[in-house]
Ligand binder design. Structure first.
Ligand code: AP5
Length: 216
């Protein structure tokens, strides 16, 4: 049986930041649907070209395409022990498809769904100051988590850039889409007894501590 953890939370809650630490600590693969789409976009694959417009508008990429991409990723060897899912599922049909896939593939079931809770105004501040690295998707913030050298990733030395979809208008739409389409998943996982609410407004290290305690 694989160990599967679904990280929930609005855009900018800190899912990517925390998923990287959890993946290292728990020795599980880190699957970020946003990073996978951005990689397809960079490589100009058919999937990347399809996803581009949705991402630029801050809308969700259609379920069938997203589910197909994640199913394929989860069949890779590094997922045999389990994975931290960051950004997927994001709709009820995606959550149901994930459950079916885990059962059919004999991987098991989601073990825990920590929900990183952060107020809306904080999200806007976090996303407008975010810098991401091109090579490994490591994430910084110009005030809350600055790199040692501005513009350069501490981990792999690659260039830091600001995401196209972190512009104010797109951020507003991403947050709206989150409340409409993704927030219902909180009740979905609460109903299964898997939800753990985490206060995402605390400093990064404290959030990590709460998260680790919730999944260990
Ligand atoms: P995706 O890349 O998944 O974006 P997101 O969910 O909007 O999440 P973010 O990456 O913006 O935020 P995060 O929670 O990871 O926060 P982070 O750790 O970076 O998706 C992008 C797009 O792809 C979507 O809009 C959609 O189009 C498409 N897509 C992806 N998945 C899909 C799906 N399943 N279905 C359909 N479409 C999909 O932190 C943010 C900032 O805050 C950073 O600067 C960080 O340093 C800082 N920070 C983090 N924690 C703290 C803290 N505790 N205190 C202070 N600062 C902090």
């Amino acid at each position: 049986m694989a160990d599967l953890i679904v990280l929930l939370g609005p855009p900018g809650a800190g899912k990517g930041t925390q998923a990287k630490v959890l993946s290292r600590e728990l020795k599980l693969a880190h699957i970020s649907s946003g990073d996978l789409f951005r990689d397809h976009l960079r490589r100009k694959t058919e999937l990347g070209i399809l996803a581009q417009g949705y991402m630029q508008r801050g809308e969700l990429v259609p379920d069938d395409v997203t589910i197909g991409m994640i199913r394929e990723r989860m069949q890779a060897a590094d997922c045999a022990k389990g994975a931290i899912l960051d950004g997927f599922p994001r709709t009820l049909p995606q959550a149901e498809a994930l459950d079916r896939f885990l059962a059919d593939s004999k991987m098991g079931a989601v073990r825990k769904a920590p929900y990183i809770k952060v107020a809306e105004q904080v999200l806007v501040d976090r996303l407008s100051g975010r810098w991401s690295c091109r090579a490994g998707g490591h994430v910084y913030h110009e005030t809350f988590n600055p790199p040692k050298t501005p513009g350069t990733c501490d981990v792999d030395g690659s260039e830091l850039y600001q995401r196209e979809d972190d512009k104010a208008e797109t951020v507003k739409n991403r947050i709206r889409v989150y409340f409409e389409q993704t927030a219902p998943l909180i009740e979905y996982y609460r109903g299964k007894g898997l939800l753990a609410e985490i206060d995402g407004a605390k400093p990064i290290d404290e959030v990590t501590g709460e998260l680790l305690a919730s999944v260990r």
